[in-house]
Design a protein around this ligand. Structure first.
Ligand code: HEM
Length: 482
């Protein structure tokens, strides 16, 4: 090979290093030029959604999308409307924006879209085998039914006191807000994200994860969590097993974490469990699939890891944004305070303990603050599915401002093999839908604003309990559908 390169260099009248240097510049340049020419000169099949222009082959729009997804979506929407395709690390990803776009993806039929084929490469090395996106959708639906048993009202009633204990303890501790008030100064900076991460893991472990996890929260658990979390990196969507140090750490942490949970399960089996345990492990240990098979210890361990990962970032990010937004609008801090006084005040200047039923029904301002935080800062910006058979998209969905146009004639086909992406966060700040859409204003949820409470409409049961069948909403921070 090297002889051929040397011969070619001699033919061209340059040295071998010079030829290699020219090739290092010329080949990528040629690839970029060909890529540009293909997009500009070749006619595009009119049944395909419009393509977002990108210079670099394979990489596509990965950099602009990855750096600021919402700016990317807004720019593409301005140019192409609510339906467009972009290239992402060698894949064709078709984004469907707006309420109708979300509905298309969340309510896509099982033979049309697959969540597991979109996510498994990223999630299975982190969660472990045999759960969530490593199993067919029907099995995931059964696993979600098992989880729902753990998320019972009876358990939630117990959790409220436990959460109160944990948060109060945190506030009094060295890491908590006593640090904030130290020396009588109230203006010391607080790292709110760090605080919310700690509060989330303290409360999640005390409640859902179980006493053994709470008792094991130390540096080594934090390190394991950190290494496992390092597995959630965009390149792993495409190539999950590159021999990189981060992937070795991920795999080691997954095994240790899995062993840790299996150890808890085995110990509980031996000791017969404790009827006072209202956690998820206790709920899962009792469950069987429709065919009568009990959940295996490995499945329970891996579901526990999945729940840990699913809940930690989402909750800590939401808590942090709520605190930051409130800090920018102190009048709502006062409203929240007055609400707590009026609901929990004992008439003698004190407060009775929080309880689940009051939290659920009688704190509208707190509820509005959470909704408004999730409107502006939904923790998941992109939701993906792999297309398993061609999807026909009505023209009305694809046009700019599609939500207001009505035409059901088929206009586009999203081909099998593409990925589809929903981004409900875009319509959650759409100025056509929301008054002062970028402003944090919990009042919009309090009947003083523009948004009516969600209509429940028809319900559907995919195997884990009835949920609203509609995903045709501009507000879907928790997603929708099966
Ligand atoms: C602010 C908090 C949270 C938000 C905004 C949130 C949001 C979401 C969204 C948008 C999805 C849909 C992903 C998709 O369809 O591809 C999802 C899925 C999921 N979430 Fe959450 N989540 C939150 C907290 C939690 C917590 C605390 C848990 C567990 C204890 C959890 C467990 C799950 C699971 C298991 C799934 C996968 C379900 C499936 O694919 O069918 N989430 N979440």
């Amino acid at each position: 090979m090297s002889e051929r390169i040397a011969a070619l260099a001699a033919q061209l009248g340059v040295s071998t290093p010079q030829l290699l240097a020219i090739a290092a510049v010329a080949l990528p340049l040629a690839a970029v030029l060909l890529n540009v020419a293909a997009q500009v000169l070749l006619p595009r099949d009119p049944s395909l959604p419009p393509l977002v222009f990108s210079y670099v082959p394979v990489l596509g729009s990965a950099v602009t999308y990855g750096m600021d997804p919402y700016k990317f979506f807004a720019d593409c929407r301005a140019q192409h409307g609510d339906l467009f395709t972009f290239r992402l690390l060698g894949r064709n990803v078709t984004v469907a924006l707006g309420a109708k776009g979300s509905n298309l993806i969340f309510n896509g039929r099982l033979n049309e879209v697959s969540a597991e084929e979109a996510y498994t490469s990223l999630t299975t090395p982190v969660f472990g085998k045999d759960v969530v996106y490593d199993v067919p959708n029907a099995v995931l639906m059964e696993q979600k039914k098992f989880v729902k048993v753990g998320l019972s009202t009876e358990n939630f009633r117990v959790y409220v006191g436990q959460i109160t204990d944990e948060v109060t303890g945190f506030m009094k501790g060295d890491e908590g807000f006593s640090a904030f008030w130290r020396d009588g100064k109230s203006e010391a900076p607080v790292d709110i994200f760090k605080a919310m991460c700690e509060i989330t893991i303290l409360t999640a472990s005390r409640t859902l994860q179980g006493r053994e996890v709470r008792e094991s929260l130390d540096k080594s658990y934090a390190d394991l969590y950190h290494d496992l979390d390092g597995g959630f990196t965009p390149i792993n969507f495409v190539i999950p097993n590159l021999p990189l140090p981060a992937n070795f750490r991920r795999d080691r942490a997954q095994k240790l974490m899995s062993d840790f949970y299996r150890g808890i399960i085995e110990k509980r089996r031996k000791e017969g469990g404790d009827s006072a345990d209202h956690d998820m492990i206790a709920a899962l240990m009792d469950q069987s699939y429709k065919n009568g098979r009990k959940l295996s210890d490995i499945e329970i361990a891996h579901i526990m890891i999945a729940l840990l990962m699913a809940g930690q970032h989402t909750s800590s990010a939401t808590g942090s944004w709520a605190m930051l937004r409130l800090a920018s609008r102190p009048e709502f801090i006062e409203e929240l305070y007055q609400e707590q006084q009026s609901v929990y005040g004992d008439g003698a200047g004190g407060l009775r303990p929080l309880d689940y039923d009051t939290q659920k029904s009688s704190v509208p301002v707190l509820d509005a603050v959470v909704r408004e935080t999730l409107r502006l800062h939904p923790p998941i910006h992109s939701i993906m599915r792999k297309v398993k058979s061609d999807i026909v998209v009505p023209a009305a969905l694809a046009a700019p401002g599609a939500d207001s146009k009505k035409s059901d004639s088929a206009a586009y086909v999203i081909p099998k093999g593409h990925f589809v992406m929903a981004a409900p966060g875009v319509s959650q700040v759409d100025p056509k839908i929301w008054r002062d859409s970028e402003t944090f204003d919990p009042n919009r949820w309090l009947g003083k604003g523009e948004i009516e409470p969600e209509e429940q409409g028809e319900t559907v049961d995919y195997g884990w309990g009835a949920i609203s069948s509609g995903a045709n909403s501009p507000y879907l921070p928790f997603g929708a559908g099966r």
